[in-house]
Design a protein around this ligand. Structure first.
Ligand code: NCD
Length: 334
């Protein structure tokens, strides 16, 4: 299963960037997962540091707040020996478009090798990637995509259950505003899982079945017989107005607890990308139940996935992608 970190066939991922899961083939996704897998053991060693990115510069450019994603990318880059700069940019008082492009051009002039970018606008990371010479990784753009989250979720599932194909995965909660949901829908369907979405009608995107998923507005219906339950946070920062009557009502109908889990497959596992709102979308005790919850594994897998992405994209930069015209990883837009 493991691709060797030392010798990667970069032609198996013929993209300069990682902007989204949409547009990647099942083979490309599996290749990324295989490389990530080879990094898990390295991260469990006492001495974790490699020199693959020595002399390279990774800039984490975050226009939106983040704890685990930014830390995970920072740790991944440092474990590969890169120099890392973290930039948190507030967009509150400045025109967003201007800030983005100006900042990109300024950073580009400093010759970074990889820019990891998070932005509140869908499509902003793709736009930025067109203006710079380095590889760009999407650390989450608006409600559009969060590719490394979907990869780490898939790696977590694959290592626990040995496969993705044939599983039934329910993604529950604020689907409407969730880039995690979108990237996971693309990845899981590409690798042959059945995906169900469960949300109140106000938080379910219209015509979502077009993405090859089934939509439910009732937890007990949607959770019947599923293998994995992925819970999502209510993304109030992206909401204008009120989408749920009250937090108490929301938990009653859409919060995951043991009673609702009882209709799932008896061995069903629980996931959450974090940050978790205990008592809102998930019962605290269930989230901490190590026989059921994969939440801690997800955080661990995150570092391995980000090491794999940084490794692969910087190798690609060295080779064919110094040539003009290499395309971007993943379709972005819409
Ligand atoms: C997610 C995100 O930022 O999209 N979190 C994360 O990356 N760990 C989900 C969320 O914020 O709820």
């Amino acid at each position: 299963m493991c691709a060797q970190a030392a010798s990667l066939d970069t032609s198996r991922y013929p993209h300069r960037h990682l902007l989204g899961i949409s547009g990647l083939t099942a083979e490309e996704i599996t290749f990324l997962l295989d490389i990530s897998d080879s990094y898990v053991d390295i991260n469990r060693r006492d001495r974790k540091k490699l020199d693959l990115l020595e002399g390279r510069t990774v800039i984490n450019l975050f226009f939106e707040s983040s704890t685990r994603t930014r830390t995970s990318f920072e740790l991944a880059a440092k474990r590969l020996g890169a120099d890392v700069i973290n930039m948190s940019v507030s967009t509150s008082s400045i025109k967003k478009g201007e800030t983005l492009i100006d900042t990109a051009m300024t950073l580009n002039a400093m010759h970074p090798d990889v820019l990891v970018v998070r932005h509140s606008d869908s499509g902003a990371v793709s736009l930025l990637s067109e203006k710079v010479n380095c590889a760009v990784i999407n650390g989450g753009d608006g409600s559009h995509e969060h590719p490394t989250q979907a990869l780490l979720d898939a790696l977590t599932i694959r290592r626990r259950l040995g496969k993705i194909a044939g599983l039934t995965v329910a993604i529950c909660g604020d689907i409407l505003h969730s880039r995690v949901a979108r990237s996971n829908i693309h990845l899981l369907t590409a690798l042959g899982a059945r995906v169900r979405l469960i949300a109140p009608p106000t938080l379910m995107p219209g015509k979502i079945e077009r993405l090859g998923v089934e939509a439910f507005t009732d937890m007990r219906e949607g959770l019947k017989g599923v293998d994995i339950v992925m819970m999502l946070r209510l993304q109030t920062e992206r909401m204008q107005g009120s989408y749920v009557p009250s937090i108490r009502e929301y938990f009653r109908f859409f919060g995951l607890d043991r009673e609702k889990m009882s209709v799932a497959n008896p061995d069903a596992l629980v996931m959450h990308p974090g940050p978790m709102n205990r008592g809102v979308e998930i019962d605290s005790e269930l989230a901490d139940d190590i026989s059921r919850s994969l939440i801690r594994d997800q955080v661990e897998m995150g570092v391995a996935v980000r090491m794999a992405c940084l490794d692969l994209l910087t190798r690609s930069l060295r080779g064919a992608f110094e040539a003009e015209g290499a395309d971007a990883g993943g379709e972005v837009g819409g």
